[in-house]
Design a protein around this ligand. Structure first.
Ligand code: NA7
Length: 553
């Protein structure tokens, strides 16, 4: 039963958690298009989510900005000018702020407010949310837009607190920036964040030492400024580009494969790899259509990149260390870089493999590996994130019968479509585990989810439905389907964050639907058309004020 105090707390139709790209669009969509009373809570002091926190040098998107941007509002895409093919973080953050102003969503976003707990009330079919600021609020719908890569992961190195220099995490970078000029800097990790930041840190630092546990495949971003003519041409063709992207596998148009390994003349495959290496970004590794299903195909592409490392890196020993051998290319996140491998030709850059001999501890003056102590003024942790589930795990969601989400996911995240979880009625997750987002242009996935959830809420209100819950059967079937698709590929062979493998103790579940955004979209549309099978509905929650108007309107 609701307590009498909850009746006096602010009540909304929908509460949104987070004001990143998902939260901004959710507030606009639900408030301005559905006419709902909406409140968003955001941990940061500004909007932008991942792009608010990840301010490390070189941070930029890996999908072209023409696609890595909202498509739902033509005025926005016509007004905004991207300056580079892959926009840098400050520009993406400016864009998030511009959109927030344009859509006037700030007045419904409470910044500096972390949601700590959300409790389902069965009597009223509402959620009550409490925040670290003491704010409490209630709503019919609770929607998380907490992001996939929003909780930095910091390994617990012994002696970390004794280090006398500064320690930074790429995912939680100081807003005023960091000046590494003249400093001895250590970077731990060689994932995308390290690969973007290392070339720039190397330009400033007196000396840079990179600690590499797993060598990462990276291909040239071929980033460059966008010319005025290109910008005009894109703006003219946006309608068509966006329509094509919506029907694509990844929410972005990338170059198509030539065919499966062994069925295309090898000289043609080689020539195409060479051509794409010079400017295709992610498309570089999709020359062979079976690259992520056949180990022979994958070996071919992997070897092409390893050969490139040897062409670029002067010291053959260093090139050898940089060669990735631990996983098939693409099964851990492929990085896009600007001068990453070439950076190891600099005199002031040193690569230390910690694959066989891990980092033992931090000391007062640096990092100890085996018998060697490396001395630093600053250490950068580029050690990644507790992906997909991390942010949700940090909120105490108490669903039906008080069962927590953490408990429900103790053996691995389970969800229906990545959009809803059995036992957690009226709760929707944008880019939740089991949706395609991780392997797509995330903004395309966000837009799909926000639009689908909004349509569903509209349907519920029109039908007087006050409670929806995913059925356990639908959830099990979806989880099995996601796993079955993953098992048909090479993805599960890698210890990646896609599998939760980067977080000690995290259950290994493949966190993404691999059927492609286009097929996923069709499937979600069909579910909506068929009256939302996989969800059970009830209508006996006391209507909120706005619902009394909506029903039968
Ligand atoms: P990633 O891709 O998870 O990379 C983290 C890196 O940190 C990776 O090289 C890890 O090595 C390394 N790491 C983590 N813990 C340790 C310890 N204890 N010792 C040594 N090295 C360690 O995170 P990013 O921030 O680079 O990128 C995240 C996503 O952002 C990326 O995929 C894009 O989608 C954008 P490992 O591979 O685990 O051996």
């Amino acid at each position: 039963m609701m307590s009498s105090t909850t009746e006096t707390i602010p009540t909304y139709d929908a509460i949104v958690i987070g004001a990143g790209f998902a939260g901004i669009y959710l507030v606009h969509k639900l408030r301005d298009e559905l006419g709902l009373h909406v409140k968003a809570f955001e941990r940061g002091a500004g909007v932008g989510g991942t792009w608010y926190w990840n301010r490390y040098p070189g941070a930029r998107c890996d999908f072209e900005s023409d696609y890595y941007s909202y498509s739902f509002n033509d005025e926005i895409q016509q007004e905004w000018d991207w300056t580079e093919r892959y926009a840098p973080q400050p520009e993406i953050l400016r864009y998030a702020n511009y959109v927030a102003d344009k859509l006037d969503v700030r007045r419904d976003i409470e910044l500096n407010t972390t949601v700590e707990r959300a409790v389902w009330d069965e009597a009223s079919h509402t959620w009550t949310v409490s925040c670290d600021t003491g704010v409490t609020a209630r709503a019919r719908y609770l929607i998380s837009g907490t992001g996939i890569l929003s909780v930095p992961s910091t390994p617990k190195f012994e002696g970390m607190d004794t280090f006398k220099g500064k320690i930074y995490h790429t995912g939680d970078w100081p807003h005023e920036g960091v000046d590494f000029t003249g400093l001895r800097v250590g970077v731990i990790g060689t994932g995308s964040s390290a690969i973007q930041s290392i070339p720039l840190i190397a330009e400033e630092a007196a000396q840079l030492t990179v600690f590499q546990r797993t060598a990462t495949f990276t291909v040239p971003a071929a980033n460059r400024p966008v010319t005025e003519n290109e910008r005009r041409a894109t703006k003219r063709s946006y309608a068509q580009l966006r329509a094509q992207a919506r029907r694509s596998q990844t929410g972005v148009l990338i170059e198509q494969p030539l065919g499966p390994y062994g069925e295309v003349d090898e000289r043609i495959v080689r020539g195409e790899l060479e051509r794409r290496w010079r400017g295709s970004g992610f498309g570089t590794t999709s020359v062979l259509s079976d690259n992520l299903r056949s180990i022979e195909a994958n070996n071919y592409t992997s070897q092409f990149v390893r050969d490139k490392i040897h062409e670029i890196v002067d010291d053959p020993e260093v090139a050898k260390l940089l060669e990735p051998h631990d996983y098939p290319i693409g099964t851990k996140r492929l990085a896009l870089d600007t001068n990453y491998y070439a950076t190891y030709n600099r005199e002031n850059v040193k690569l230390v493999s910690v694959r066989k001999t891990p980092i033992e501890r931090f000391s007062q003056s640096g990092i100890v590996v085996g018998d060697t102590e490396y001395e630093f003024d600053a250490i950068v942790l580029a050690t990644g994130f507790d992906a997909a589930t991390g942010a949700l795990d940090r909120i105490r969601f108490e669903g039906v019968d008080g069962r927590t989400l953490t408990d429900a996911w103790a053996e691995g995240a389970k969800s229906y479509l990545g959009l809803g979880v059995a036992g957690f009625p009226n709760f929707f997750t944008v880019t939740g585990p089991g949706c395609p987002a991780i392997l797509t242009n995330v903004i395309a996935s966000i837009e799909h989810h926000v639009e689908w959830i909004a349509d569903y809420i509209e349907h519920m209100r029109a039908e007087g439905i006050t409670r929806t819950e995913v059925t356990a059967e639908a959830q099990e079937a979806w989880v099995a389907h996601v796993a079955e698709l993953a098992a048909m590929t090479l993805y599960p062979t890698a210890a990646s964050w896609y599998m939760g493998a980067n977080i000690p103790g995290k259950p290994r579940v493949f966190l993404a639907y691999l059927g492609g955004l286009h097929n996923y979209r069709d499937r979600c549309d069909k579910i909506a058309e068929d009256g939302y099978p996989g969800f059970v509905h009830a209508s006996d929650g006391a209507p909120l004020a706005s619902e009394q108007v909506a029903v039968g309107a």
